[in-house]
Structures are given as structure tokens and as C-alpha cells.
Design a protein around this ligand. Structure first.
Ligand code: SAM
Length: 471
């Protein structure tokens, strides 16, 4: 039944294969010779199979777990350096015809306010986001072919890319909308989206169907095969994720890696990103009503293991997580975080934090400036870079760059230049002072002398107010 190359969801995410994997992992979790062998394999930085990675997830030996954390940290440093890419979600509409039992946008929720941004409102939200300093967005919307058809999403994308306000610009629009057709994915690609993100929620078919009792999202195969259709439609950067808390995390972990293996086997390129959301309280949603919640330690272990299992895949953590948890997982493998996020429709232009259309409670409520400041205090370079996607470095071309470790001559200077733009255009005085020092020191970490010189020259131009190049 299990066939990584099959285009059928139930074959590439074979339930039997996951159960066999979990049994194998359980049987071998104390087999320390095997655990050591798998860790040695991970040290080669070529990733791990879902079976091997599941053994490490099951292993409870403190010494081995410490070794896994140290390796995750090292792999993160090797492939991503100390850069953290910044983004913000933008909620377009919370109209939804699905019945997802964990999401307050579910169709039966009659007391939540329903709202869809007009193009004027999109413009106002984007200006507010640009004024914070954001360059990269993730568009969010419920599924509703009448209120938010694809044409509406496409119109919003067009509006967003057209807004030039002061020195601001949204340079990369990622999209997190419901599974759709190849033809629609082609239209999204043509509209210039970056990554297409779709969380699987759970890989467990039976649970999936129970958690999505009504609406088009009920169809497990259609949802699970969405990334294949997206790739067929020409989108080569896709973002996976499961909503931790819905099912047993070991099951989800194996399914997630099998999905990544499938994309690599069929399309020659694995997922561009993996997100690790956990269920949060929201309007009529109580996370405690879900039996499979995971604690912070398990969450950290999952992040570390995803990092070593798929070293070339970016990892995203949102403001669902607190400052303390974010600090921990940043070290272990996260490469992208959101900052200053609002999870309500119209949230960036309303003076008070509005909650009437909020999708979930935000744990990290700091401003973008505070997040940037904090990241730099921790030794990270907040990066607003979006160059890869505009330079055509997506999909396998990005992976090649990552695998050949050329990122230090490419992403590192771009990160410094976009941070400089942020500091000059948007940062508070204190954040700017810290940032300027950081940039001065980090400039020396660009290996190629000619690249360093070009970067220094651009930094000077940014200081002088020139913004005629794009990163
Ligand atoms: N409607 C699209 C879909 O069905 O994929 C977009 C999804 S929604 C705007 C983004 C994600 O939020 C969902 O995929 C889900 O994983 C997550 N989400 C929903 N309810 C949540 C909750 N209560 N806590 C945390 N995350 C939640």
C-alpha cells in the first residue's frame, strides 16, 4: 500500500506505514546502538527518513536528546547562519463554509463577526504593515467560494503589490488558503505569490474526517494531494504544517516527513517550509477539549528533529507561541517568525487589539520593533529579505544554494541590507543603535571580499536614502 511516488494520498501517507513506523520506533527507542547510528547519519546533514527520525522521537535517553539538540543547533547555524526571516499574517476574510472543529471561523459559529476586507481596507492594512517595516506577508482567508472566491484573493494580491507608500513595499506575498484546483494554483503563481502554505492539520484520515465534519475541507484526499496540484500548477515553494494537538504527535511527525519525502520523490523538491502551529484558545474553541496537546518540551524536541530530518527546509513559528518558547525553538531550528501580528480581519488598522474576528489568541503580543530588538539582543539578524523569490531562486534552485552553503555570500549580505532599510526607515532609536553595531560586525562575516564591498556600498546608499535596488 505504501508508495512514496503514488499520487494518491492514502498511498504516500499510508496509515499502515505510519503504524509500522511507530511500532518500529517504540521497539527500538532503547536500542542505543541504533539511536547512535541514526544520530551519526543525521550528522552527515543529508536528512533522515521518517522511520529513522521516528526512532529518535521515541527515544527518551537524556544524553541522546541533548546530542540531538546540539546537532539541530549546529545544522541550523550551518545552513541558515544567524538570520531570522520576518513576516506578518494578513487576514483578508473570515467567511468560511467549513466545519473545522478547532477553528472559530467554522460555519456554525453564528456569534463571531464576519468580515471581508474591501480593496480600500486591504490598502489601509498594507500601509499599516509597511509602516511597521514588514516586507513579507502571509495571506489568510477562510474558504468560501461566494464571499472569498479565488478572484477576490487575486485582486487582493494585485492591490498589495501595487502599494508604494514612503519607502515601503510588500515584496513577497505568501498565501495560506484552502486547497484548490491546478488551474487556480496556476493563477496564484501568475499573480506572483511566494510560498503556497497549506496545513494538513492532521495526517490521520479518520481523525481528519471527524475534525472536518462538513464543507469541502472534509475531503481528506483532496486536501492531502493539494501540494501536488500546486506544484503541477507551477508553484515550486510549498509550505507544510500540522496543527499539533489534534492527533498524537508521533503519528503527525511520521506523516509530515512522509509528505516531505513524497514531494521530493515526485517533484524533485521538498517543502520550502514547515510550520509548527499548536492549537490555541479562540472564540468558541477550548484547546483543552483536544486530547493530544503537547507540552513545551515535546514541542522543542519536534522542532529539533524536524531540523535534522529535513535540513534544507525552512521552519516557521508564529505568535501562537510565547516569547520564551520562541526563544527556545529559534535555537533549535526555526528560520522564520512573525512579529507584531494581528490574527483578526482588519486588525492592523483598528486602534485597540480587536478580538471579534480573531482566529486565535496571540501569545507574543510585542510590536515588530520589540521583536527585532529582542532578536538582535539574542545575536540573530532579523532579515526582511525576499530576493530569492524575485531572482527566481525558488524550489530546487533555492535548495541547491542551501545545500552548497552559498547562503553566506548571498542571504547574509541581503539580510544585512534589508535590516539596514528597516533600521533607517522604521526602527526606534534604541533598536537602530543596536542594529547599526550588529551590521558593522556582521559585514566582516561575508566570506567573499567583492561581495562584502558591494554590500558596504549598498549600506551607505541606504543610509543616504537611496532605495533603488531590491533584496
Ligand atoms: N482556510 C484555509 C485552510 O483551510 O487551510 C486557511 C487556514 S487558516 C486561516 C490558517 C490555519 O490556522 C489553519 O490551517 C489552522 O491550522 C490554524 N488554526 C485554526 N484554528 C486554530 C486555533 N484555534 N489555534 C491555532 N491555530 C488554528
Amino acid at each position: 500500500m505504501y508508495n512514496v511516488k503514488s499520487m494518491k494520498a492514502e498511498e504516500f501517507i499510508s496509515h499502515e506505514e505510519i503504524l509500522d513506523t511507530l511500532a518500529y520506533a517504540e521497539a527500538n527507542k532503547d536500542n542505543l546502538a541504533l539511536v547512535d547510528e541514526i544520530i551519526a547519519k543525521a550528522e552527515l546533514r543529508q536528512g533522515l527518513s521518517h522511520r529513522d527520525a521516528s526512532v529518535l522521537l521515541a527515544c527518551e535517553d537524556a544524553e541522546r536528546i541533548a546530542k540531538i539538540y546540539a546537532l539541530a543547533e549546529q545544522i541550523k547555524k550551518d545552513f541558515y547562519g544567524n538570520r531570522i526571516v520576518m513576516f506578518a499574517p494578513l487576514y483578508l476574510s473570515n467567511y468560511c463554509i467549513n466545519g473545522c472543529t478547532y477553528c472559530p471561523y467554522h460555519a456554525k459559529n453564528k456569534h463571531i463577526a464576519r468580515k471581508k476586507l474591501t480593496q480600500e481596507e486591504v490598502r489601509a492594512e498594507v500601509i499599516a504593515l509597511q509602516d511597521m517595516g514588514h516586507k513579507r506577508l502571509a495571506l489568510e482567508a477562510g474558504e468560501d467560494p461566494v464571499n472569498n472566491p479565488l478572484e477576490y484573493i487575486l485582486e487582493c494580491i494585485k492591490t498589495i503589490y501595487s502599494i508604494k507608500h514612503k519607502n515601503g513595499a510588500i515584496r513577497r506575498v505568501n498565501v495560506n488558503i484552502a486547497a484548490t484546483t491546478v488551474e487556480d494554483y496556476r493563477k496564484l503563481k501568475e499573480a506572483g505569490i511566494g510560498t503556497y502554505i497549506l496545513f494538513q492539520e492532521t495526517y490521520h484520515k479518520e481523525s481528519y474526517e471527524a475534525l472536518h465534519p462538513t464543507g469541502p475541507k472534509h475531503n481528506y484526499a483532496y486536501h492531502t494531494e493539494a501540494m501536488d496540484r500546486a506544484m503541477e500548477g507551477g508553484i515550486d515553494d510549498v509550505g507544510l504544517g500540522v496543527l499539533f494537538g489534534l492527533e498524537r504527535y508521533k503519528y503527525e511527525f511520521a506523516g509530515l516527513l512522509m509528505h516531505a519525502e513524497h514531494l521530493e520523490a515526485v517533484h524533485g523538491v521538498g517543502p520550502h517550509t514547515i510550520s509548527v502551529p499548536r492549537i490555541k484558545h479562540a472564540d468558541d474553541i477550548d484547546p483543552n477539549a483536544f486530547a493530544n496537546g503537547i507540552d513545551d518540551e515535546t514541542f522543542a524536541k519536534l522542532v529539533a528533529l524536524i531540523r535534522i530530518a529535513v535540513p534544507y527546509t525552512g521552519m516557521i513559528v508564529s505568535t501562537r507561541e510565547s516569547q520564551a518558547v520562541r526563544e527556545k525553538v529559534l535555537r533549535l531550528g526555526i528560520s522564520q517568525i512573525s512579529g507584531g501580528s494581528r490574527t483578526s480581519v482588519g486588525g492592523y488598522t483598528e486602534a485597540d487589539r480587536p478580538t471579534d474576528t480573531e482566529q486565535f489568541d496571540v501569545s507574543d503580543q510585542r510590536t515588530l520593533d520589540e521583536v527585532v530588538h529582542w532578536l538582535m539582543d539574542l545575536g540573530y539578524i532579523p532579515s526582511f529579505c525576499t530576493a530569492c523569490y524575485r531572482a527566481g531562486r525558488t524550489g530546487d534552485r533555492f535548495m541547491e544554494l542551501c545545500k552548497s552553503k552559498q547562503i553566506q555570500n548571498c542571504c547574509h549580505p541581503n539580510a544585512l541590507m534589508t535590516l539596514k532599510e528597516y533600521l533607517v526607515d522604521y526602527a526606534s532609536e534604541e533598536t537602530r543603535a543596536i542594529g547599526e553595531k550588529l551590521i558593522e560586525a556582521e559585514l566582516l562575516n561575508i566570506p567573499k571580499e567583492n561581495v562584502r564591498a558591494v554590500c558596504a556600498d549598498h549600506l551607505k546608499k541606504i543610509e543616504e536614502g537611496i532605495r533603488d535596488f531590491r533584496f
